[in-house]
Structure formats: structure tokens, C-alpha cells
Ligand binder design. Structure first.
Ligand code: ZN
Length: 409
């Protein structure tokens, strides 16, 4: 029974999650070149505060910080609240760099972070209003109406305004409350390069992925980059070709992930099921070094994208998500726990004569692990909701990092 002893499951904790809306924007009120100027001063001032903090022996307290930098930032014309944000942000950057023994942070981007006091989000009108110094700007979001609609009822936390490649971009960070329901069952999702297989305890479904198509484009782009080594950066034609390939690959993957996640999560929601996924963080750590080839890296990129998208959709629908130990999901017999042998993609158990294809084996093993985790961790064996979360805080670590990067696009 060795096969059934594993690291256990981690349920995605309920609570607040962040979801970013990103769009190109057009300055419709105020002047774009004034905005660019404000952002330039913002970057300059932020860097100056970082430089000053970096040279100190110890980091100052909040009140000292205020005394040190507030007057000078106000001299630059920043609004009181923006000035406070600048020095707090600079302190956070310096702290993070010093804690990780990194180099002094260098602010490259022309961007500013604003919150409720200096920004107004009016999604019904499709605009965001911001003030950095003494001028107000109205930025119209250039994005599909339907896409903007999806964020209408959410609470926003922060607005980032950025200038890049001669364009203005806005990203708005929204807060999403995630209150997963108590599941009545489980749907396991097994991701492979060519197929995604789901198993809900009785029914198996297969979906063809578009990963190979996307990966071949990415591989092609990397090949060109390698061939031209440093030179490719300077040749515009080559550069455009590389960019186009990366963009196409990304679009294929994003498009596929959204469609699939929507279908899988909506079905789980209708059945009031939880969704079980493999822990990709674990997979990455265990495989690092062994096969760090381009192909593997790209594959992992696609898998992660799909998992993120499934998690993002689950948060939206309050579908519970459980992440299981991925070790040996396709090499162990789900019936008796013996090692499987493979004839091409067909898995055979010599001991109990179980015979199924590889994808199904993966899905059923994920299913079993997810079920085991939910029943085993609940004292009455009933509800799946208040399980291992509190008892295994350390195992929540990678999951948190996982979700931090969760965005909707
Ligand atoms: Zn067996």
C-alpha cells in the first residue's frame, strides 16, 4: 500500500485574492506628454529615495521615513498621499533587496502606483482618473467592453500607470473574495502535452490540447535567437519574427487555457465538485537539473498557465481546489499500488491485470489522492471544507507563491 502514502493535499485557502486587469490606455483628458513628465519625475524621486535608504546603516521607522523624505517629495510637487506612497514603496524595495542580499534596486520602468486617494476607477465609463502632482488625467481603457464588464462588481485596490514603448498602460488590481462551497465530489484534472483528461469518479473526458502547436512556435523562436545569438537583437526583421512567434504561441496557449478552464470549472460547479490538480511546484523542484531542456521549460510554462487559469476560474465560481502530490501519478497501479509497465501508452499491471491508457491512469490517481486528502483530513469524514489548511501551514508555502502570480490575463 506504499503508493497511497503521499505528501498529502493542500486546499486552496479561502480569503482574498488579487486579480489584475491590464489594458492599454489613451489619455482623453489632460496631456499625454504632461503625464509622461509626471512619471519621469516619479521615477527619479523614487530612485533618489531608494539610493538614500540604501546608504543608511539601518532602515528608518515609518515616522523617521516621513521626516526624511516627505518635505522633499512635496517640493517635487507630489500630492501628500503620493509622496507617502513613494517613500513606503522605496522602503519595501530596499528591504526586499537587502533581505535577499541583492543589488541596489534600479527603477527602470516609468510607472506609478496609486490607490484610492489618487485614483478613481469608473469602469461603467471605461475610464480611470489619476493625479500624481497637480494635474488630473483621464485615461480611457482600450479593451473589449465585455472584458471590462467582468470586473465591474469587484473592489479595486491599486492602480498602476505605466509608460512603455510609447504607449500608456493601466493595470488595476482587484480584490476577489473566495469562499469555496462544500463539495459533493471531486473532478481530477490530469494535464499532458497532448491531452487533458478529467475523471469525476465515474466519467472520463478527454480534451485535445493545443500545446504542441504553440510549443513548436516557441521552439522555433528560441532557435532563431540562438542562431543569431547576440546579433538577433539588432536586426529588426529577425526581432519582429521572433516576437511574432512568441506572441502567437502565447495567444494559442492563453486561448486554449481559457476555453478549457471555463468548460472544466463550469462543469465542476454544476456538479458541486471540487477540482483536483497536480502540484506543479513540486514537479518543477524535483525535475530541476535532470531535464532543464528548452522543451521541458516550455512544457512547464504551458502546464502552469493552464493550472493558473483553472485556479482563476475556480476562484470566480467559488469552486474548491485541491492540489495533490504529483509523484508517480502515471507509474503506479490505481487499483493495487504496484508499479505499472507500459507498452507504448498502455499501462499494464502485472499483479492485478489492470489495463488502461496512460492519461486515464494519471487522472484516476489524482482523483484518489484528492479524495483521500479530503476524507482523511476531516474528522467526521463528511465535509471537505475545513480540512488540512490550518494543520499544515508549511505546505501552504508554495501554494501562496503560486497564487500571487495569478492574474486574469
Ligand atoms: Zn494493479
Amino acid at each position: 500500500m506504499k503508493a497511497f502514502i503521499h505528501l498529502g493535499c493542500r486546499w486552496m485557502p479561502e480569503g482574498a485574492y488579487y486579480k489584475a486587469f491590464k489594458a492599454e490606455a489613451e489619455v482623453v483628458e489632460g496631456n499625454a506628454s504632461d503625464l509622461l513628465w509626471d512619471l519621469t519625475i516619479y521615477r527619479y524621486a523614487l530612485q533618489k529615495v531608494v539610493d538614500a535608504l540604501w546608504d543608511l546603516d539601518g532602515l528608518p521607522k515609518k515616522s523617521q521615513l516621513h521626516q526624511m523624505f516627505y518635505p522633499v517629495l512635496r517640493e517635487y510637487g507630489f500630492r501628500a498621499h503620493v509622496a507617502r506612497n513613494i517613500y513606503s514603496y522605496a522602503l519595501a524595495l530596499v528591504k526586499a533587496a537587502k533581505n535577499s542580499n541583492g543589488d541596489k534596486p534600479k527603477i527602470k520602468r516609468l510607472s506609478a502606483r496609486l490607490d484610492h486617494q489618487d485614483a478613481r476607477v469608473e469602469l461603467d465609463k471605461g475610464v480611470v482618473k489619476v493625479v500624481l502632482r497637480n494635474k488630473q488625467y483621464t485615461l480611457r481603457l482600450k479593451h473589449r467592453r465585455e472584458y471590462i464588464e467582468r470586473f465591474r462588481n469587484l473592489k479595486w485596490k491599486e492602480v498602476h500607470v505605466k509608460y512603455e514603448n510609447k504607449k500608456v498602460f493601466v493595470s488595476i488590481v482587484f480584490e476577489v473574495r473566495y469562499n469555496p462551497y462544500v463539495p459533493k465530489g471531486l473532478t481530477a484534472v490530469d494535464v499532458n502535452l497532448r491531452t487533458v483528461t478529467t475523471f469525476d469518479g465515474s466519467e472520463t473526458r478527454r480534451y485535445r490540447t493545443r500545446f504542441v502547436e504553440a510549443l513548436s512556435k516557441k521552439a522555433r523562436a528560441e532557435e532563431i535567437q540562438k542562431r543569431y545569438s547576440k546579433r538577433w537583437r539588432y536586426n529588426e526583421k529577425t526581432l519582429n519574427r521572433v516576437r511574432a512567434l512568441h506572441r502567437k504561441a502565447r495567444n494559442i496557449i492563453t486561448d486554449f487555457c481559457w476555453k478549457l478552464a471555463k468548460e472544466v470549472v463550469a462543469k465542476a460547479y454544476r456538479q458541486k465538485h471540487a477540482i483536483a490538480l497536480e502540484d506543479l511546484e513540486y514537479l518543477r523542484n524535483s525535475i530541476n537539473g535532470k531535464s532543464s531542456g528548452v522543451r521541458w521549460r516550455l512544457t512547464l510554462f504551458a502546464y502552469r498557465k493552464l493550472q493558473h487559469t483553472i485556479i482563476a476560474k475556480s476562484i470566480e465560481y467559488n469552486v474548491p481546489v485541491v492540489v495533490v502530490d504529483p509523484r508517480n501519478t502515471s507509474s503506479i497501479c490505481p487499483r493495487c499500488g504496484s508499479k505499472l509497465i507500459y507498452v507504448s501508452r498502455l499501462a499494464i499491471c502485472r499483479k492485478c491485470e489492470f489495463k488502461r491508457d496512460r492519461d486515464f491512469v494519471g487522472a484516476i490517481n489524482i482523483y484518489l489522492r484528492g479524495m483521500w486528502g479530503s476524507i482523511g483530513s476531516s474528522p467526521n469524514g463528511g465535509g471537505m471544507k475545513n480540512e488540512t489548511r490550518q494543520t499544515t501551514p508549511n505546505r501552504n508555502e508554495p501554494m501562496t507563491t503560486y497564487i500571487k502570480s495569478y492574474t486574469s490575463i
